[in-house]
Structure formats: structure tokens, C-alpha cells
Design a protein. Sequence first.
Length: 242
Amino acid sequence: MIKDIFDKPTFIKDAGEIYPAKVKDFDEFSENSGLLYISKNHFDSKVQQYPLFDLIIASCATLGFSFEDITDKFCKLFEIVTHKKVSIGELKEKLIFIIGENNFINSDNYEEVRKEIMRQNLIPEAKVYKNELTRKWAEKVLKAKQKNAPKISLEDIITTVSVGCCKHYSDLENYTIYQIYSDFYRLRKMIQFDSDVHYRCVGADIKFEDYATDISSDLYHNPYDDLFVSADKLGGLNKIVK
């Protein structure tokens, strides 16, 4: 979205404006955003009719947190994305997080807030496998893919953008996570394009890809999406086996 490039917030009813996290806040954001990975799929189907917010609060001990740990993490996370002071309160005997003076996050709007924070900051929805054997295989496949892929940290991305775009680190610290990744993937496409041009000049038969092509597949890639081969892709194999 254009507003993501220009660091514009998203308005959510009662919660107010939700802003993307800045690169300079990445460490604190990472420390307190782990709860966003918890979805209703992590809970038994018998209780999934309840709001996710209530399930997380009620299951804090099962999740390995104390009530104080969870509320503290939520407060710090919400302060980063709302740019306002956050405190704990009650509304109709239910927990709420008070945002500034006039807004709040509770069980009614938490899932919308969660979804927007994840979208703005390129956090993929984790796949939950109910079958234990499938879960173990998925973990093995994911680890194998990560082992073979280049290990690129946010620090590596920042230094690459700094050198490639001739920007000082003081300029990049106020970038959002979305902006820094956008610059990084665009820079990679430009470098790949230049490389392809050189290969074509020496007679290599390769296909050009315009460096201005869409990068959303890179930005929003979910590592869980392609862990297993889909059934339709196995059609040809089934015919061979038969």
C-alpha cells in the first residue's frame, strides 16, 4: 500500500491510529511482539469461539508467562505502535489497555489491531499443525530451508541499504521496518538487473526482469506457505507411479 511507503497510520475503531514500527525500535518491538504469533489455532477448537484476547490472558500460565509478563509486553508493544502512553484498566470488569486518554484495546478490537500490526511490520501468520507428526516434519523442512538459505539479519539489510543507496545510518533509523525491507528488495532487483545486462553483453541467453517489478511477494513471503508440495503438483507423480 502507498500509505505504508509513506509511514501513514491505520485508524482502528476505539484503538485509534496504529503506526508501523521504526527500525530504531526494532529490538524492543521484537522483544514484545511474540504474543502476536499466537492465534486462535493455537487453542483447542472447543474454546475458539471466545475472543483471542481473552484466550491469551486466561492462558498466560500455559503459554509460559505470568499475568504481569503478558500485560507488560502488551503495554510496551502498544506504546510503540500507537505513539501514546499505555496503561492497564477495566471496562465492565474486563481487562483493557488504555491508549492515551481516549482510546483502548480490548477483546473487541484486539484481533483487528493484531492483524494490522502484523501486516504493517511484515510478520507472517504462523502455521499451526494439529497433527504432531506433520508439525515435526514441518519444523524439519523449515530448518533445512533456513540452513541452505543465506542468513540475512536486519543489521545486514540496514548496512546494505546504507551502502547501496548512499544513506547515513542516522537517516535509516527513522525508517519503518516496511520501508527498509522495501529499499532492500528493490536494491537487490536493481543489482540483479545490472548483472543480467553484463551477462547478455557476453552472449548469455537469459531473460531480463525489470528492476521496477512488484516486490510484494518478497515482502509478504510466508515461509510456512511452501513447506509441503500441494496435492495438485503431485498429479504428475501419481501418474508416473501408476
